[in-house]
Design a protein around this ligand. Structure first.
Ligand SMILES: [Zn+2]
Length: 279
């Protein structure tokens, strides 16, 4: 199953970095120190709060560690291929339903070179998210600013949604979509999601998608809407089936699932979509 945000660690790949390194005689001596750092990284579960600087023993190998990821070595290729397999259909940062084209270093490798090729630090990502994320992962108080698909357990629940507010003039022809958060999020999680959505423009991307979905749905039922034979009940039933099928395959937070739930959660909007004449 290809979920938008799997909440489990990529177990088969987390140790790959280290095993590959142990096979390389030039690096064997560093393997132990790296293992300690990898364990440290993994131990920051579940918050992945601000991490300590690279130990000086590893810092002097910074250029080499940094460079392993860029090399065409078997190790680098294997790690990248394993990571790419994790998300084949959507970007785990914004959810755009296309295959990620880049790999983001969640913790920037320029500052923490020991994690340059550590699989848990490598997140397949669309170009825009990778570009917009930048290098400042934490707030000054240590709180993380970005969702991490390997760390955030709330990603497997419906952690956000939209309420629909009619425009003063245009009504539901051009409504406002207000982001809402699940009550189960902690204050810190909520702040992280808000930062993530703002910094990566996720809210705009999804609301544009919802608008386009409404047009698609209205086109699909065009004949019934024109004949005034589409009931709110019938449309609601169809959409509920759609969202169940979608969530089973792509998770409850896929753009499609969010779009359809936004409609279903707002009876007035659903009524508008089912009955407003098409001009
Ligand atoms: Zn993205």
């Amino acid at each position: 199953m290809d979920k938008l945000f799997p909440s489990t660690f990529p177990e088969p790949t987390t140790q790959l970095s280290l095993l590959g390194l142990r096979d390389d005689r030039d690096w064997a001596d560093l393997a132990e120190e790296l293992q300690a750092r990898f364990a440290y990284y993994q131990g920051l579960t579940p918050t992945l709060a601000q991490m300590s600087p690279t130990p000086t023993t590893l810092l002097k190998h910074k250029a080499h560690l940094y460079g392993i990821y860029d090399s065409k070595s078997k190790l680098a290729t294997e790690i990248k291929n394993a990571v790419i397999q994790l998300y084949k259909r959507r970007c785990p940062y914004c959810g755009v339903p296309t295959a990620p084209t880049t790999i983001d270093h969640f913790v920037p490798r320029a500052e923490w070179a020991e994690f340059a090729f550590y699989s848990l630090n490598l997140i397949p990502s669309c170009y825009d998210c990778n570009h917009d994320k930048g290098t400042q992962v934490w707030e000054s108080d240590g709180r993380r600013k970005f969702i991490n698909p390997f760390y955030d357990a709330f990603l497997s629940i419906r952690f956000f949604g939209f309420e629909v507010i009619p425009d003063a003039q245009l009504g539901f022809d051009d409504p406002v979509f207000n982001l809402t958060y699940s009550q189960t999020l902690t204050v810190a999680e909520r702040a992280t999601v808000a930062d993530h959505f703002r910094l990566l423009g996720v809210e705009n991307k999804i609301t544009a998608f919802i608008r386009s979905r409404v047009k698609v749905i209205r086109r699909r039922y065009r004949r019934e809407i024109c004949d005034q034979t589409l009931t709110v009940q019938a449309l609601g039933d169809d959409l509920r089936k759609d969202v169940e099928a979608e969530a089973a395959v792509n998770g409850v937070n896929s753009w499609m699932a969010i779009a359809v739930r936004t409609i279903l959660d707002n009876p007035t909007y659903l009524n508008f979509i089912a009955t407003e004449p098409i001009h």
